[in-house]
Design a protein around this ligand. Structure first.
Ligand code: GRF
Length: 214
């Protein structure tokens, strides 16, 4: 099996990027691309010797022209997979279709609950007892693509947005490398019917009950 190439897109601090760079993934991280020149993740990539590029969406007249330029840049690195790690731009249907089955994202909620922004604040507001994060294939339906892996965490009584975000982020850092390992090792595939199929996966049946039973 030839080594796969991935390109990682970021907009911000890059904690997921950092974990991916350190995870000894079975692929080559060909480049890190940011739409913001001040994204902290760019320095993290450079410290790991990974090529970086910045493409500022404000230099383009509209979403389609930005997405077309972004795709041209990404394709110079010949990626098998494109990995969104805190990339804060909505991608057009054309972009998403170009990378169908090859474009994944991590989102800080248990999708399909809490798509969009401010997920932790909204979960606290609703009083849910279980929250979490999701890695999914990206489709034109924002934050609703086929799910690869999720991690659930309890919401604790004294949680603030910050403490809950930190608990979720800790799990993001565990599930994203796993999802990419599965992808690069051909262990998962997005079927035409929109389902994700796994090959040779051990199933577990542990329940997360929150608050715990006494
Ligand atoms: C993460 O919470 C991720 O789920 C969301 O954006 C955030 C990025 O954080 N898509 P970081 O830049 O990886 O630290």
């Amino acid at each position: 099996m030839a080594e796969k190439n991935i390109v990682i897109l970021i907009s911000g601090r890059g904690s997921n990027l950092q974990v991916l760079l350190q995870a000894k993934l079975p692929c080559r991280i060909a480049a890190v691309v940011s739409n913001r020149a001040d994204a902290g993740g760019l320095e993290i990539a450079q410290a790991h010797g990974v090529p970086t590029a910045v493409i500022d969406h404000r230099d383009y007249a509209d979403r389609d022209s930005f997405d077309a330029a972004l795709a041209r840049l990404i394709d110079t690195f010949h990626p098998d997979f494109v990995v969104l790690a805190g990339f804060m731009r909505i991608l057009s249907a054309g972009f998403v279709a170009r990378y169908h089955g090859r474009l994944i994202n991590i989102h800080p909620s248990l999708l399909p609950a809490y798509g969009g922004l401010n997920t932790h604040a909204r979960a606290l507001q609703d009083g849910v007892r279980i929250h979490g994060c999701t890695v999914h294939f990206v489709t034109a339906d924002l934050d609703h693509g086929p799910i690869i892996i999720q991690a659930a965490v309890p919401v604790l009584c004294r949680d603030t947005e910050q403490t809950l975000a930190a608990r979720v982020l800790h799990e993001e850092h565990r599930i994203y490398p796993q999802a990419i390992r599965w992808l690069c090792n051909d262990r998962i595939e997005l079927r035409d019917d929109g389902r994700v199929i796994f090959r040779y996966r051990k199933q577990t049946s542990h329940a997360l009950i929150s608050p715990g039973l006494e």
